[in-house]
Design a protein around this ligand. Sequence first.
Ligand code: ZN
Length: 346
Amino acid sequence: MQLTYKFRLRDTADSELRRQSRAVNFVWNYCNDVQQQAVKRGRKWLSWHDLQKLTAGSSKELDLHAHTIQQVCQKYDISRRTHKKARLKWRGKKSLGWVPFNKGHVAYRNGSFWFRGREYKAWVSRELQEGQTFGAGSFNQDALGRWYINLPVEVEILESAPSNAVGIDLGLKELAALSTGEKIENPRWYRASEEKLAVAQRAGKKRHAKRIHAKAANQRKDFLHKASTALAKSHDIIVVGDVSSSKLSRTSMAKSVMDAGWYSFKQMLRYKSIRNGGIYVEVSERNTTRTCSSCGAVSGPQGVNGLRIREWTCVDCGAIHDRDRNAAANILRLGLETLTEGACHV
Ligand SMILES: [Zn+2]
């Protein structure tokens, strides 16, 4: 399967990347112009082959890789057709830098990336092999002007995985409660940076807020990667509830942050589980907090989602439940049922 690795580049290549991304914008805006002229004159839409013919031979002049120009034409054509517009947004100073490259054109040697004979130093946070090949990817800039390289990498799927299943209840206070009784706590800095962000936003310090947000997002991603890797390594069946923040009343901002976190955590669990030869299932969370995992009665108190009730006793069988662990156990049961019924998973 293919995964895209993202690495932060060191500042040494900044000016060269800015130059290339200006040239990329030039190609993009050129495509935009000729497309509009063609439409005005009542000619048919230009395909990306037409655009490619029109831009052919400009590689030397623009000092861009010929395939980069082709990729821009192709991306332009795809987004023009998906947006069904005669004209797309002009790419200018405010557009985040973007330099696409084709399959096999970026190399990894001596701990650096190489493209068109130039070295791009990076913080390489994952294991890469010397001489490893990559798919078609891109250099990308973030809102703070920092450059990253996005590299599609082919990853082998492992044959065997340890045999056991786990149900996961995603939460707010903890990242997750497991059917095994373990909990994955959110790190302490998470709350702290949320508060710092709110303060900066209230004070109208936009750039400062962006910086805090970017840092927190990176830390959070790193944390989610570690947690999902550990889970996928030790379980061959992973069942997760289809959590959404609507069950938790908070501000819309906090909600969207939570949603984004849960979404990427589920994505990570999914691909890591598949990569390890495991199975990933998502099930409906409906009633999982109120159903007794010992006897199956829907005996939990109403509003058990309310954050206050952490523990309850089943009136039918007398079992005492930790709310989240019980929910995780129900999620696991539902997932295993789906699998034995032969419903499609993943
Ligand atoms: Zn019960």
